[in-house]
Design a protein. Structure first.
Length: 229
């Protein structure tokens, strides 16, 4: 009957209002679906993982910018070397440069050993090899200073000729950038890291990329100076 249908609709509407504005009751009898008395519905937020991509991007951009920075004197060296093909007066490279190169390449090896020890959680071995890497880097810079002094003792200065000018420019710029890498090595070894932000292992990986890049750059510069004499 029409009257009965209307009464049924009114009862349904009143029942929905009493149920919290039309929210259907949960299967557990909890209107909010928030779990039982033990607080099982509340979940603790997961710990936030550090965004490592930005650090690798930063070191990559640093290496690209250093490469572009060195491209300017390298291009000038090649252009002047070709233009003065018969008038070019080269310099005799000091023998200590070869010793310095071996020292720098050895530092890359000790750095990789240190990273492996760190991954294996051998703290003392890591610090020992990492410190050795830093010492080898300092020895390389000291060897470069000796090379400059040897050339100066022979009367070869930065303004003596084009070849000597480029030698001092290349070696000095590389030494300055390598000192930045040495500062990074010291930071990784001495800084107290918070694993929630940046772990020591991550910092070691980033530093290693820069250090190996500086090694490769030096080998290229040495070859350029040697064959461009």
């Amino acid at each position: 009957m029409p009257g009965t249908a209307v009464d049924d609709i009114e009862l349904i509407i009143e029942d929905m209002r009493g149920n919290g504005g039309g929210k259907p009751p949960s299967r557990d009898g909890d209107d909010d679906g928030g779990g039982d008395e033990g607080g099982g519905g509340e979940h603790a937020p997961e710990p936030r993982k550090p965004n490592t991509r930005k650090y690798f991007t930063a070191v990559f951009l640093a290496m690209v910018s250093i490469t572009m920075f060195f491209m300017v004197p390298i291009a000038a060296f090649l252009a002047l070397r070709v233009d003065n093909l018969h008038k070019w007066k080269g310099i005799v490279l000091p023998d200590i440069l070869w010793v310095n190169t071996v020292v720098l390449l050895a530092s890359s090896s000790t750095l990789e050993v240190a990273r492996r020890k760190l991954r294996l959680d051998h703290g003392k071995a890591f610090r020992r090899m990492w410190t050795l890497t830093t010492v080898l880097g300092l020895l390389f810079v000291g060897g470069q200073v000796i090379a400059w002094r040897q050339l100066a003792a022979q009367g070869v200065y930065a303004t003596s000729r084009l070849a000597s000018s480029f030698f001092y420019v290349f070696t000095a710029l590389h030494a300055v950038h390598l000192l930045g890498g040495i500062c990074a090595l010291l930071y990784v070894e001495l800084h107290g890291f918070d694993a929630a932000r940046v772990s020591r292992s991550l910092a070691a990986d980033i530093t290693s990329y820069y250090w190996h890049f500086m090694d490769g750059l030096w080998v290229f510069l040495l070859a350029l100076l040697y064959f461009g004499r």
